[in-house]
Design a protein around this ligand. Structure first.
Ligand code: PMP
Length: 360
């Protein structure tokens, strides 16, 4: 078997132990005589899986009782619409644009009301996060929306907007479960699962219960959090396999990693290896203002685009795949999510140094 180090921004690596467990249970889950892929979502086995997955997420993230958890199809992009459709009760909301996805979220919300861009880091090609304490928030905004880690530009928030009476809504797609977060600081947290949690095909939302029940009557059923949550995410057929895989990854985080505080230590150590290397030479450079550097997505460039291409090709040959940066920024991006082993980052740095010596 020759598994590569996969630096994809998503879908991305899953823990090998989890893949093996899924493989072992593939043909027959427990005493069910069938695969999770085949079983009815109304069966007693799946009922236990979805309940256990939610309970484990609640333990791992320490989610307070006044928050509901839902499993939804449509990815994080569908959440860009569900958030305003469900929460924009005053007809307006504040959006901080710190990259591509927060821009898309604001654009989607503008279809349903006033999505006010209260700050943006576009002036410096999203290489920093706007100062959340210097923003003139609207007291009548229904919520403030942020994207907490910018997958494409490799930046992350270090402070959060906190405005009395205005809930914070955060897209955590590319940093969820990478470190502990204080859920009580948010009105809603949502994320696509295909980076740090599970295979593609699902988004999870964690919603403070006072925000539910305010959607207009004409909001489509499948876009209404309240309706879907009232049926425990089983109004229709849920993404069963994804929910099962989410449960396995969460158990792994809880039992093998020892929780999110340990996961954070591991992730920060991995990121430090890569950033320290980048800072210690001049061939590769990272453009991000240091204090906002992402722990999950590390962007860098070589001296020119042809060299970037050569680097990505030779890296892939050597077993380091999906290092090409997003087309909006070019260069390279190493996504080092939870499941990327420290060894993968160490070996990547060795490879980078070898490449630098040969090409500088
Ligand atoms: N938000 C962020 C931060 C993302 O990184 C992505 C996907 N890369 C999305 C939203 C969109 O997610 P999806 O493809 O699940 O709709």
């Amino acid at each position: 078997m020759a598994r590569v180090y996969n630096f994809s921004a998503g879908p991305s690596m899953l823990p090998e132990k989890v893949l093996r467990q899924a493989q072992a249970e593939l043909l027959e889950y427990g005493d069910s005589g069938q695969s999770v892929m085949e079983m009815s979502h109304r069966s007693k086995w799946f009922d236990a899986i979805i309940k256990d997955t939610e309970a484990t997420l609640r333990r791992v993230m320490n989610i307070p009782d006044n928050y509901k958890v839902g499993f939804f199809q449509g990815g994080a992009t569908q959440q860009f619409a569900m958030v305003p459709l469900n929460f924009m009760t005053t007809g307006k909301a504040d959006y901080i644009v710190s990259g591509n996805f927060s821009g898309l979220a604001a654009k989607e919300a503008a279809k349903f009301g006033e999505a006010k861009i209260v700050a943006s880091s576009k002036d410096k090609n999203f290489t920093y996060i706007p100062d959340v304490n210097a923003i003139d928030y609207d007291k009548d905004a229904s919520y403030i929306h942020i994207c907490q880690n910018n997958t494409i530009f490799g930046t992350q928030y270090v402070e959060l907007p906190q405005v009395e009476g205005v809930p914070l809504v955060a897209d955590m797609s590319s940093m969820i479960l990478s470190k502990p977060v204080d859920v009580s600081k948010y009105g809603c947290i949502y994320f696509g699962v295909q980076k740090n949690v599970a295979p593609a095909g699902m988004a999870i939302a964690i919603i403070r219960d006072d925000l539910l029940g305010h959607a207009a009557d004409n909001v489509p059923t499948m876009m209404n959090y309240t309706t879907l949550l009232a049926k425990d995410s089983m109004y229709n057929t849920p993404p069963c396999w994804c929910i099962y895989m989410t449960g396995l990854v969460l158990k792994y985080l809880e039992n093998d990693i020892g929780g999110l505080a340990n996961m954070q230590k591991i992730n920060e150590a991995k990121a430090k290896v890569l950033y320290d290397y980048l800072d210690g030479q001049e061939f590769f450079t990272n453009p991000v203002e240091h204090r906002y550097r992402s722990t999950m997505n590390v962007t860098f460039t070589s001296p020119n685009p042809d060299m970037d291409k050569k680097f990505c090709a030779e890296a892939a040959e050597a077993g380091f795949v999906n290092l090409k940066g997003h087309r909006l920024v070019g260069g390279m991006r190493a996504s080092i999510y939870n499941a990327m082993p420290a060894e993968g980052v160490d070996k990547l740095v060795d490879f980078m140094e070898k490449f630098r010596k040969e090409n500088a």
